[in-house]
Design a protein around this ligand. Structure first.
Ligand code: FES
Ligand SMILES: [Fe+2]
Length: 365
């Protein structure tokens, strides 16, 4: 006999709940295991303390002058004071000082100083593993405080522009972001993109999922909608919080990487980070290399701006659907729907609690 959380609707009962909350529309656990963005690297210059609501809890984060980022629970392990800047938490000489009794913590989470007594070795912040790449700071969330046995890659940034980021509030389950990238059939209806098709079979390798598709798009930029372009993005998924696509943008002679990241807040909303970076296709140097380089730099900046504009505009069209969408555990798929089952099977590994709740089979569909 499996115990169920009485506050959580079963998959089949989800449609009967008269509410628009994400929990009412989606019975999947709201916080899948994995690496989830906490903020941008630029949010964390050395010495700055920030607070976030993330994965249903409050956290603080800061960076010391060696570059180490600490992401930790907001409450002090001594006697529970809140460590956020608004509650009096401060970074002094690379240490987080608690406003209550003045205990100080280094970026490993260890208490290294108290005002009147030796630092107790048992006094440690509740910290999260951190992975920083491409201008994002990710932290690992594991059900029951599991620690990670895997890490996403350090993404190559050589020759790429910095990211241009928009943060958008979304009310759906974070799985929808990655799932969107394998849903071929919505490309025409939602985005107006023609000839959408999966160009290669999806492949999984443990925590990694990749798929490729292609379509003919039409820019949103005023006056450009009649100029179609061909796109063939490859989707890279390292858990549900680490998703990006790469494709060529022939019009700019550039390669484009677009990040679609969810930072789950409270089980109802998540903050989406839609970010674009561009790498110009190397060209043979001309007679004036310095001029060539500055033209290429300008071209990449323009490309990044235009493509980011397009990406956010298209992303908002998805959000309009997601904000009201119900999770269908047994979707009535047609041949052109892509490999949704394979994707959902891949997703199961990030929900270790599903089996315990007896929902595993339904969710895997
Ligand atoms: S509660 Fe933080 S030092 Fe006492
Ligand atoms: Fe979409």
């Amino acid at each position: 006999m499996t115990r169920r959380d009485p506050d959580r609707p079963t998959l089949r009962a989800a449609g009967e709940v008269d509410s628009e909350t994400t929990r009412a529309r989606c019975p999947l656990p709201p916080f899948p295991d994995g690496w989830w963005v906490v903020g941008l690297s630029s949010d964390l210059p050395p010495g700055k303390l920030i607070e976030r609501r993330w994965m249903g809890r409050l956290i603080v984060a800061w960076r010391d002058h060696k570059g180490t980022v600490c992401v930790a629970d907001v409450y002090c392990p001594h006697m529970g004071a809140r460590l956020s800047p608004s509650a009096g938490g401060r970074i002094l000489f690379d240490r987080l000082r608690c406003p209550f009794h003045g205990f100080e913590f280094d970026a490993s989470g260890a208490c290294v100083r108290t005002p009147n007594a030796p630092a107790p070795s048992s006094c440690r912040l509740g910290t999260y593993r951190v992975h920083e790449t491409a201008g994002f700071v990710f932290a690992y969330f594991g059900t029951g405080s599991r620690i990670p046995d895997w890490e996403p890659p350090a993404v190559d940034v050589g020759g790429w522009t910095p990211i241009k980021v928009s943060r958008i509030k979304v009310r759906t389950h974070p799985q929808d972001i990655a799932e969107n990238s394998v849903d071929i059939n919505h490309l025409w209806q939602v985005h107006g993109w023609e000839n959408g098709r999966q160009s290669s079979r999806a492949r999984t390798d443990g925590r990694y999922y990749t798929a490729a598709f292609s379509y003919t798009g039409h820019p949103n930029m005023p006056g450009m909608s009649r100029v179609p372009y061909e796109a063939a993005p490859v989707v890279h998924v390292w858990g549900l919080g680490f998703v990006y696509t790469e494709s060529d943008a022939d019009a700019f002679g550039a390669r484009v990487r677009t990040w679609f990241l969810a930072s789950p807040v409270d089980g109802d909303y998540f903050e989406a980070y839609v970010a674009v970076q561009v790498r110009g296709t190397p060209r043979r140097p001309g007679r004036f290399p310095a001029l060539d380089a500055s033209i290429a730099g300008l071209r990449d900046r323009v490309a990044r701006w235009v493509i980011a504009y397009e990406a956010v505009k298209e992303f908002r069209k998805d959000v309009a659907i997601w904000n009201h969408r119900r999770y269908e555990a047994s979707p009535a798929l047609v041949a052109t729907d892509g490999q949704l089952h394979k994707f959902r099977q891949y997703c199961r590994q990030f929900y270790p609690s599903l089996a315990a709740e007896g929902l595993e089979d339904d969710a895997a569909a």
